[in-house]
Design a protein around this ligand. Structure first.
Ligand SMILES: Cc1cc2nc3c(=O)[nH]c(=O)nc-3n(C[C@H](O)[C@H](O)[C@H](O)COP(=O)(O)OP(=O)(O)OC[C@H]3O[C@@H](n4cnc5c(N)ncnc54)[C@H](O)[C@@H]3O)c2cc1C
Length: 135
């Protein structure tokens, strides 16, 4: 449920995302929303007052795999990463992603949200660091 006083910026391209980030102070990016939801203590979901949802920006949900590296867009869900299969992922990353929450949460939660969560480092951060990933 959207609380009163929330403004949502309906973007569909990276150019629009960048424009909002440049021009709107204090806007909160929301990808899967699962970490934001986990931090809530009330009975109803309270969104930040200015919300920039990434769910409808297809350019941010791509996976590119070459012989030397895999590049994940920030909105790639944890489930989509697991779908690549253990043979196509570093073992440490696969095991870390598989250990996050449950399939329902992994279907919504993204790698970008996992990395960018405020306050503390979440499950994928250490393996990505160990793998010398560029974030
Ligand atoms: C029941 C439950 C259990 C969980 N268990 C685990 C667990 O075991 N391990 C774990 O790591 N996590 C866990 N989580 C947290 C969460 O599900 C994951 O960390 C998930 O990957 C967060 O992704 P998201 O897209 O939902 O993030 P969101 O909630 O959308 O965003 C999280 C933060 O990152 C910022 N953000 C998101 N995307 C971007 C971006 N592209 N650029 C800049 N900032 C961005 C947001 O502004 C916000 O501050 C759990 C959550 C729940 C509800």
């Amino acid at each position: 449920m959207v609380n009163q006083g929330t403004t949502i910026y309906p973007v569909s391209s990276v150019a629009e995302v960048l424009s909002i980030l440049r021009n709107v102070q204090g806007v909160t990016i929301v990808a899967g929303g699962t970490e934001l939801a986990r931090r809530q203590t009330g009975r109803t979901l309270r969104l930040p007052s200015l919300v920039l949802p990434l769910a409808r920006v297809p350019e941010l949900s791509t996976v590119t795999k070459t012989e030397r590296y895999i590049e994940f867009g920030p909105s790639v869900t944890l489930d989509a990463i697991l779908q690549l299969g253990p043979k196509n992922l570093p073992e440490a990353l696969h095991d870390a992603v598989r250990s996050v929450a449950n399939p329902g949460i992994r279907a919504l939660g993204t790698i970008g949200g996992n990395i960018a969560a405020k306050g503390h480092r979440l499950t994928t951060f250490a393996p990505l660091l160990a793998l010398d990933a560029r974030l």
